[in-house]
Design a protein around this ligand. Sequence first.
Ligand code: HAM
Length: 424
Amino acid sequence: MLQNVRGTYDILDDEYAKFTYVNDLFSHFMKLYGYKMIKTPVIEDTAVFKKDNDTSDMVTKEMFTFSINGKDSLTLRPEGTAGVIRSYIQHKMYAQEAPVKLAYIEEMFRYERPQKGRQRQFNQLGIEVLGEKSAMIDAEVIALGYTFLRTLGINDIEVHINTLGNNVSRARYIEALKDYFRPHSDELCADCKMRLEKNPLRILDCKVDHELEVIQKAPTIKEYLDEEASAYFNDVLKYLDALEIPYTIDEHMVRGLDYYTDTVFEVISTNKEAGSQSTIFGGGRYDNLVKEMGGPEMSGIGFAIGEERLIMAIEQAQAFPDLAIVPDVYIIDLSDSDPYTLKVAEMLRRNGFSVMVNYYKRSLKSQFKSVDRYKAKYTIIIGEDEIKEDKVNIKDNMTKVQEVVKSEDLVSYLDQKLGGNEDE
Ligand code: HAM
């Protein structure tokens, strides 16, 4: 039997309803905070994601890269930021009034070892704010993600935050890390030995070595921040305090991608069931990326929420509402498939009522079973008499009251009964 590819999965039925619920709230939040939705292609030139000297696992080990005609190197999008920046530059969005606020709901592809909360194809809800650097924006971006999670009923979360400083501070810190790690290079894994000269920040993020004492005692950036970088970070924290967003400063957090500068953050689930894949979302500021990708010198900041992990966290908090879709009406057709049934169904749908129809000859008993299974609010019964007299037999499934209504009065009848369908 043909099967889905390892690390991918089908989103079915009830599960799909959870994605729709989350996506709808995300779209609502995007309106509240003034973001415009963007959709970029799933495939990009590999150069969109891969820069010279990249050291992140995502770029060096996890990309689905392929060539179609032996010439072009193409890659399935492993993350959203780089594609959005490519589009921002290509469409000269930097000429618009800053900041340009963009949001996306998209599939990402990473060749990782599949496990709970870690797939090879997964979905992200992401945002990027481009063209302006302000500590207010950093705080607002974190507040948006935090409030979104709280609104979904996820309360067991912690915001972890750090700064990677401006370019000057970070260069000093990187030299200090090299000096610190060189005498300990024997203790490090093979990857970290290579990272030492290329990008020692990555050593702090190593999945293999992270428990080594030499890493835990490594210098933090705090001592290397210049006045500007330190004031910027303190401003971000000041705004978070004002917004009453609790956070923990994690002085060794560098995040898994190479493009970050200044503020970086992650939101972690503290629910015991979350397991090792507990980071629900992460992001940070990137001062150099737009320029590196061929655009003008423009700062940006954003985050991406792992939607599968988000859904797991809502499940763990038991915070999903009842998402079952209940039709307003189920039509039982006792005629010989007369067009009248379809006509009544279409008339109701055109007036905003959700309608299920029986399409083929079945016993009354089996059609009533379908009404129960779909939990329809009303049952309409159409037989030869109803067709002749242009009426229907309608039953309120809650009160069990049954009435005969002329088809021309049916919409106003249901409007009245269902409160004008205000909840639709
Ligand atoms: P990231 O930390 O690589 O950042 O991914 C963000 C989130 O995507 C993670 O916190 C996690 O929830 C989810 N995620 C990552 N990999 C997987 C996977 N294999 N399976 C399931 N979920 C996963 C970024 O992607 C950046 N583009 C975020 C960003 C936007 N930074 C600035 N702007």
